[in-house]
Design a binder for this molecule. Structure first.
Ligand code: PAZ
Length: 312
């Protein structure tokens, strides 16, 4: 990927309005946590707008489950977390109470004109540990939420976050779990207003999104431990494509998963080896999440990375 393609992408897509505010927040957060370990975790899908005044867009399946769950396990393990997520995708802690689940946990008690809303007693043991972890993560300023929606917002935010993280050196871990679109409609080829059906079926030409891993690994955060995720639907491609990514971008770890089995199986692929992490049915039924093992293994790889860089 040449620099020119990068410059072209950034030059032809305006940064999101909130970018200066996000830069300040991330800078302050990184300063606050230095010299401790910090993870930049990306989560959820990205949209590809089809109009400048966007009514329609191309999206993908990711709900942000992997990212939101992983953020909680990183916090459990003492990391400060920059949670860079797709707006309206799942968030750590609140993910446990989404949709009607939250309302089902409550009951109304009325005595005359006094009305109280309480948590049903059988849910207290479920809610209490999650609520305590949420409160302490926020009290101790251990998690920063920054959101994006479109693929270009994502790429702008990623670059800015990396610039802020450079000074964290090897203590910085990048855990790139977001499902980022590979294709986009260039800004100068997008209509300003809503496409009109009366004008017939539109022909939309998508272009390849420049891959950000090359500048990220080489220039933006050269000492960080970078973990990318690879999703496939054809299992036969999984390892070869992960190895290809490692060779091409020169980072240290790809976590490979297949769409249908991603909740209970992933493969860690490093330049030298690969190994599978699996949950059995019993573990899944008891509520164990695969992200707990993923994060544990990533943290031990990160430790090893810090040791190696320290010894040079
Ligand atoms: O968000 P989710 O929990 O439904 O899915 C997680 C995932 C499959 C998006 C993630 O594990 C992943 O593979 N992300 C990278 C996708 C890719 O660009 O290949």
């Amino acid at each position: 990927m040449s620099t020119a393609e990068w410059e072209h992408f950034y030059a032809s897509h305006a940064p999101p309005a909130e970018l200066p505010e996000h830069r300040q927040q991330i800078t302050d957060f990184c300063k606050h946590h230095q010299p401790n370990k910090i993870v930049l975790l990306t989560s959820g899908g990205t949209t590809v707008p089809l109009e400048h005044n966007t009514v329609r867009f191309v999206d993908n399946f990711s709900a942000g489950t992997r990212g939101a769950a992983s953020a909680e396990y990183f916090l459990d393990n003492g990391y400060a977390v920059i949670f860079m997520y797709r707006q309206k995708s799942l968030e750590p802690f609140s993910r446990h109470f989404g949709g009607q689940k939250f309302l089902d946990m409550l009951e109304i008690q009325e005595k005359g004109s006094d009305v109280a809303i309480n948590v049903k007693s059988n849910y207290i043991n479920t809610i209490k540990p999650i609520l305590s972890k949420y409160k302490s993560a926020h009290r101790e300023n251990k998690i920063l939420y920054v959101s994006f929606t479109t693929v270009s917002d994502y790429l702008w935010l990623l670059r800015v976050a990396c610039e802020c993280l450079t000074s964290s050196g090897a203590n910085c871990l990048l855990y790139l779990a977001a499902a980022v679109s590979d294709f986009y409609v260039p800004s100068n080829e997008m209509p300003t207003h809503k496409m009109q059906s009366g004008e017939g079926a539109p022909v939309i030409q998508l272009q390849l999104v420049p891959k950000m891993l090359t500048p990220l690994v080489n220039n933006w955060v050269p000492r960080a431990y970078v973990v990318s995720f690879k999703l496939e639907t054809d299992e036969n491609l999984l390892i070869s494509k992960s190895r290809h990514a490692l060779n091409k971008y020169k980072h240290k770890l790809v976590i490979a998963n297949v769409l249908q089995t991603r909740r209970h199986q992933v493969t860690f692929v490093t330049p030298e080896t690969s190994f599978v992490i699996n949950l059995n049915t019993e573990e899944m039924d008891s509520g164990i999440e695969i992200e707990e093992s993923i994060v544990k293994n990533v943290i031990s790889c990160h430790k090893e990375h810090i040791k190696q860089l320290d010894s040079h």
